[in-house]
Design a binder for this molecule. Structure first.
Ligand code: CP
Ligand code: NVA
Length: 306
């Protein structure tokens, strides 16, 4: 059987996603039980963009499972001098048991995965952030008591985080609403795929330009930065475009009384989220960040140790 990769939230079935979340819950409750699951295994972590959470949580995840992580910056590799991503993948697969990559175009990941004979994990691309979405689902399960039937409203840019959240959310039976300014909607192909998934899971995906429409009665409010890594030149213009899309007290008031507020972080208080909301009673952003560790341990154990 060819090795499994995790390049997209759509690379796992609904059942596999549920199983991964169950495993993550077990790993969180009894971390010691799994401390030799990756004994003698090596994992390369390649970063072509900056990272705090993903880098540290992946490195710690591998270590806590008894394996070894090799952290590599893209500009320190021969990649920075023109070696292809495919050759890099083929070479690394001779040394390590899995390769995790944070990069720009999704095609770089597929090229590397096609050439590598070991599992490849997407640690964020311009298109998706599937590891983040797993931690988001674990957090929603813990904080809201389940996934199916929940109403999640995402505000801001229809970006990588939104794409993975939509795919994995709908797969879990969540009703996902996405409110963006005109021209910043999620990619149509992702929305179509979500509608396809929804037809068998009971979830739904709805895209709107109205923040009120998205927030009304929601149990989960979610946002991300307005300018992603690689869009620094657009940051000033985006401040204007996205001005009405901040999660503020007004939006919280439109949602359910016990709404939770999520952000994948890093956050910019006063831009995509009001400081009072980010640091307020509804915010679960640091639980969410902590859950990156447990869900990634589950993912590594599943991909590498069956
Ligand atoms: N949420 C997230 O992926 O954070 P980092 O960019 O710090 O890894
Ligand atoms: N959309 C953001 C997520 C950061 C974790 C970015 O790509 O920069």
């Amino acid at each position: 059987m060819p090795e499994r990769d995790f390049l997209s939230s759509d690379d796992v079935t609904e059942k596999e996603q549920t199983r991964l979340l169950e495993l993550a819950a077990q790993l969180k409750a009894s971390p010691r039980e799994f401390c030799d699951r990756l004994a003698g295994r090596q994992v390369a972590l390649i970063f072509e963009k900056p990272s705090t959470r993903t880098r540290v949580s992946f490195e710690v995840a591998v270590t806590q499972l008894g394996g070894d992580a090799v952290v590599l910056r893209g500009d320190e590799l021969q990649l920075g001098r023109g070696e292809t991503i495919a050759d890099t993948g083929a070479v690394l697969a001779g040394y390590v048991d899995a390769i995790a990559v944070r990069t720009f175009a999704q095609e770089r990941l597929t090229e590397l995965a096609d050439a590598a004979t070991v599992p490849v994990i997407n640690m964020l691309s311009d298109l998706e952030h599937p590891c983040q979405a797993l931690a988001d689902l674990q957090t929603i399960t813990e904080e809201r008591g389940g996934l199916a039937g929940q109403v999640l409203a995402y505000f801001g840019d229809g970006n990588n985080v939104a794409h993975s959240l939509m795919l994995s959310g709908v797969k879990a039976g969540i009703h996902v609403r996405v409110a963006t300014p005109r021209g910043y909607e999620p990619q149509p192909g992702i929305v179509r795929r979500c509608e396809e998934i929804a037809s068998s899971t009971g979830g739904s995906a709805r895209v709107t330009n109205s923040v009120e429409e998205a927030a009304r009665g929601a149990g989960i409010l979610y946002t991300d930065v307005w300018a992603s890594m690689g869009q620094e030149d657009e940051a000033a213009a985006r401040l204007q475009t996205f001005a009405g899309y901040q999660i503020d007290e007004k939006l919280v008031d439109l949602a359910e009384e016990d709404v939770i507020v999520m952000h994948c972080l890093p956050a910019h208080r006063g831009q995509e989220i009001a400081a009072g909301v980010m640091d307020g009673v509804h915010s679960v952003v640091f639980v969410q960040a902590a859950n990156r560790l447990h869900t990634q341990k589950a993912l590594l154990a599943w991909l590498l140790a069956g």
